[in-house]
Design a protein around this ligand. Structure first.
Ligand SMILES: [Ca+2]
Ligand SMILES: [Ca+2]
Length: 217
């Protein structure tokens, strides 16, 4: 409260003392913000739901190291675990996420994870802050056994599909599966080939038998 009253008195003083256009813009912006804050507080007191005015954050330009598809994938992952659908991963949702990924964290561990990327200090992870996790992981800025590093590593592959223990060896598993599939097809082909040869031989023997039988008739 003291901050806002100081700020508003300062801006009034500024506009009186130095009525330059820049200062006017600054003070009118500040007035707008203070008015908006007042409005929100009054609405909340009256029990009216306040729609937040989101600043447009362009994650595509803010995170040029990620492709659009990568960002879409991260968004999908984020949405999956933002079960309350409010655009933030809170402690409870992060807790559930880490459990689902097979890397459960302590309460303190979860708080540390959030704190590491919580740029706006609201105690929860926005999508922008979520992307910071992957930026840090890519830049090698995370301890290998830290919660955030586990999160980044475990969400890179489809854990649902391959299982947590297999996630590490995801690519080996894929290759092995591919080889197994090939081997399976090879075996089937060999079996069919053998059966065809047997049928042919049987047909030949029958023909020879009939020919020989014909001689003795
Ligand atoms: Ca949420
Ligand atoms: Ca935050």
């Amino acid at each position: 409260m003291s901050v806002s009253s100081n700020a508003s008195s300062a801006s009034i003083k500024d506009s009186v003392d130095s009525p330059s256009s820049t200062t006017n813009t600054d003070s009118s912006e500040l007035t707008h913000i203070l008015n908006r804050r007042q409005e929100i507080m009054e609405s909340q007191e009256a029990g009216i739901e306040v729609r937040r005015t989101y600043k447009v954050v362009n994650v595509y330009t803010d995170f040029p190291e990620f492709s659009r598809n990568q960002i879409k994938d991260y968004q999908k992952t984020f949405n999956t675990y933002d079960t309350a659908r409010d655009g933030f991963l809170d402690l409870q949702e992060l807790k559930f996420m880490m459990e689902k990924l097979g890397a459960p964290q302590t309460h303190l561990g979860l708080k540390q994870m959030i704190a590491e990327v919580d740029e706006d200090n609201d105690g929860k992870i926005s999508f922008r802050e979520f992307l910071l996790i992957f930026r840090k992981a890519q830049a090698g800025e995370l301890d290998s056994d830290s919660g955030l590093n586990q999160l980044a590593r475990l969400t890179e592959v489809d854990v649902e599909q391959v299982g947590v223990s297999g996630a590490k060896n995801f690519f080996e598993a894929k290759i092995e599966q591919q080889l197994r599939t090939n081997k399976f097809h090879d075996e089937i082909r060999a079996e069919q080939e053998e059966r065809r040869r047997e049928d042919e031989e049987r047909a030949q023997r029958r023909q020879q038998f009939q020919q020989r039988a014909a001689i003795f008739q």
